[in-house]
Design a binder for this molecule. Structure first.
Ligand SMILES: [Fe+2]
Length: 135
């Protein structure tokens, strides 16, 4: 079970709240893995997670845009790459042992999200802390 910590907050309230939801969705996968139901839930959980990720990335990019954040393009490219990699991984584990597939996907998403928040999202939050939105 993944436990959210205050140290994962980037200091941008809306985005912190959305990141928390992402982890809550990921924990749904964890709950089902632990209850030995990975096979029944994997597609549903990943579809829900995928939809929320799409929403969150679009929201985050719109926010960066409205602040005229100079790192927007690089940041958006990372989002796109992640979506591509996740789709690739889902295709790759399709038909594989459900538990192994769920663990693999969970590990990939958790590592990516945490790394992305702590290494990349923190940069726009720091930028926004010392500037004002342009729109
Ligand atoms: Fe991001």
């Amino acid at each position: 079970m993944f436990v959210w910590e205050d140290g994962y907050k980037i200091g941008q309230e809306e985005m912190d709240a959305e990141h928390l939801i992402l982890f809550a969705l990921l924990n749904q996968l964890d709950v089902n893995i632990n209850a030995d139901r990975a096979g029944d839930c994997l597609d549903d959980v990943l579809n829900a997670l995928g939809s929320y990720i799409d929403y969150h990335f679009a929201h985050e990019e719109a926010l960066m845009q409205s602040w005229n954040y100079p790192g927007l393009e690089t940041h958006s490219a990372m989002h796109k790459e992640f979506i591509k990699e996740l789709a690739g991984l889902r295709a790759q584990v399709k038909g594989a042992d459900a538990l192994k597939a769920a663990l693999k996907v969970r590990g990939f998403v958790l590592d990516w999200l945490l790394g992305h928040i702590l290494e990349t999202d923190v940069d726009y939050a720091a930028f926004m802390a010392v500037t004002t939105p342009t729109e």
